[in-house]
Design a protein around this ligand. Structure first.
Ligand SMILES: Cc1ncc(C[n+]2csc(CCOP(=O)(O)OP(=O)(O)O)c2C)c(N)n1
Ligand SMILES: [Mg+2]
Length: 578
């Protein structure tokens, strides 16, 4: 052991995170973490704490991982999540589905049970729980969802392991990675050393080959009704401008299908709407003769809305076969693995360089598509008009949009059956200004808001969530963390007092069934809980419940004023019941 300075595997682990640019460790601690806690305290005692990432205490793991996920979604920078052995790993629950499907780079670390039981090594078993927490395959808990998992076996190469894990996490498709470290290893005393993060850069963006670029560009240019469908191209905000350039060039309409980002400006005349779970055929999809599906997990749902059988389909994605989804297919003529920003730029350059645009055809199509865009907009304007005595989701979203006019807002959406309403009426045009989890596990936005605010302290962070999603997000924990770390946000609950989504699922499968006939769906949250009150109790939040449409604009204004004053605000808005 080096005589002059306390330096353990844990110290080196924390240094490696800092070397890699990790600013925060969203943490839920346990008996596996004495090495880390001691290393952090040592650093503080020596005045070196600024050299290590800051630990954010998260009373629930869902909040910790959701915060790290949203931080990465906003900034592109992976953060760390520290959890407790098997239990804390399991408590990450669905948040790891979201991080994986949302392609969010995160480094998750958990301790693991000590492997010596007679005091053979520092860190050896000395608590009853060390027997209880010892399981056969702790890493297997997350193996469906992480890109990489490994065990730290010595402090001498822990930095190498951290940098490799983060290199994999950040390489596209990005995603979570998982390291575990037994107590004895995390206590090991070693000589201080420096890591080499510069040698672990993420894989450079991939381009289309010249042949495929020409093939797709030519097909789009000679199409009568070209169409682009995308969901997450806007993860890279710079890709949005490339897509706008291409769509302007050829007058190509864009549908955002189950988007988790702003992929194309809502106000652009080529923007032709959003779709999530669709009950009806999308007319633009039916009409299209050439379709480019780029960065899209679910470009359409074949059972209800699909391209015409003769459509020529191209699929561009860094993983165009979606190799981590057991069942997936679209009938594309060409699948190409490429970075979407690079690929779309290549296609536009080829069209321009080869003068492929037929000006008359493009001008006529621009007028047609613009008319579709404007008709969609007019129909939405109609739908968002207030109705006497009722707050509709469309009116609520319009009020939120108006309240945020002039704000540098960053909106997280987890509005579930109101995803489409939120996207349509918020009209987000600024790349990066509206994000969703990209995953299937509700409860992301609560912790996500904390991470988003820490990543973008200058922005007004707003969460638009269903009442069920609000509760899934462990609001007592999320709101407490927001207060403790000065990360206030406005949360607007689309409160239909229940789970509307499972009810809709039943109706889609059994439209005339017994459940439908008796209105018996088991989705109601009656008697109602005081949802906003949870936030005031746990996080000192400004809390209000609104049911009168006329009071909504002022209630939003008051809530925003609280947020600007440094205090979170939760507005529970009473919609028609689920
Ligand atoms: C962790 C998790 N549990 C269960 C579900 C299944 N689920 C999908 S939507 C939904 C209801 C969500 O309720 P709410 O947020 O109020 O939205 P609403 O359906 O009312 O619009 C549920 C329970 C899920 N997606 N994630
Ligand atoms: Mg609901």
């Amino acid at each position: 052991m080096p005589a002059d300075r306390y330096y353990s595997t844990s110290t080196a682990f924390l240094e490696a995170l800092a070397e890699a640019g990790v600013r925060y460790m969203f943490a839920n601690l346990g008996s596996d973490h004495p090495g880390l806690i001691e290393a952090l305290a040592q650093a503080r005692a020596e005045g070196r704490q600024a050299e290590l990432p800051e630990l954010i205490v998260c009373p629930h793991e869902t909040v910790a991982l959701s915060a790290a996920h949203a931080y990465a979604a906003v900034s592109g920078q992976p953060q760390a999540v520290l959890v407790h052995v098997d239990s804390g790993t399991q408590n990450l629950g669905g948040a790891v589905n979201n991080a994986a499907r949302g392609r969010a780079p995160v480094l998750i670390f958990a301790g693991s049970a000590p492997y010596t039981i007679q005091g053979e090594l520092p860190g050896s078993r000395n608590e009853f729980i060390h027997w209880i927490q010892d399981v056969h395959d702790q890493r297997g808990i997350l193996r469906n969802y992480v890109k990489y998992d490994n065990e730290i076996r010595t402090g001498r190469n822990v930095k190498q392991l951290v940098h490799r894990a983060l290199q994999i996490a950040r390489s596209e498709p990005a995603g979570p990675v998982y390291l575990v470290g037994p107590r004895e290893v995390m206590e090991e005393q070693i000589e201080p050393y420096a890591g080499h993060p510069e040698a672990y850069t993420p894989v450079a963006p991939a381009a289309l080959t010249a042949e495929v670029t020409a093939e797709i560009a030519t097909a789009l240019a000679r199409a009568r009704h070209p169409l682009i469908v995308t969901a997450y191209l806007g993860r890279d905000t710079a890709a949005v401008a490339e897509l706008v350039t291409l769509c302007d060039l050829l007058a190509i309409p864009v549908i955002e299908s189950a988007p988790s980002h702003v992929n194309f400006p809502a106000g652009h005349p080529m923007h032709c709407g959003y779709q999530w779970t669709t009950a009806e055929q999308n007319p633009l999809l039916a009409q299209a003769d050439v379709i480019l599906a780029v960065d899209s997990d679910v470009p359409w749902i074949h059972a209800t809305s699909r391209p015409s059988p003769g459509a020529e389909i191209y699929c561009v994605d860094i993983d165009p076969l979606k190799s981590n989804m057991p069942m997936w297919h679209i009938p594309a003529r060409r699948f190409a693995a490429a970075n979407s920003r690079v690929a779309v730029g290549q296609i536009a350059a080829f069209v321009r360089g080869n003068n492929l645009a037929d000006d008359a055809v493009v001008a006529a199509r621009r007028a047609e598509v613009t008319a579709v865009h404007e008709a969609q907009r007019a129909a939405r304007d109609e739908r968002e008009r207030p109705e006497p005595g009722v707050i509709t989701p469309a009116y609520l979203t319009a009020c939120v949009r108006d309240a945020l006019a002039g704000e540098d807002a960053l909106v997280l959406t987890e509005a579930v059956t109101n995803f489409e309403v939120v996207a349509e009426h918020l009209r987000a045009s600024r790349p990066g200004s509206l994000i969703g989890s990209g995953g299937g596990s509700l409860g992301w936005a609560g912790g996500g808001a904390v991470g988003a605010k820490l990543a973008a302290p200058g922005k007004t962070v707003v969460c638009l969530v269903g009442d069920g999603s609000y509760l899934f997000g462990v609001p007592a924990s999320a709101q407490w963390v927001a207060r403790r770390y000065n990360a206030p946000a406005l949360t607007v609950i689309y409160n239909n007092r229940g789970w509307r989504a499972p009810k809709q699922s039943v109706l889609a499968v059994h439209p005339e069934g017994a459940a439908a006939r008796a209105d018996d769906f088991n989705v109601s949250f009656e008697p109602a809980a005081d949802l906003a009150g949870i936030a005031s109790a746990a996080g000192g939040a400004h809390a209000a419940t609104v049911s009168d449409p006329a009071e909504l604009p002022q209630a939003l204004k008051d809530a925003l004023a609280a947020v600007h004053g440094g205090r979170s605000a939760v507005l529970s808005v009473q919609l028609p019941g689920a």
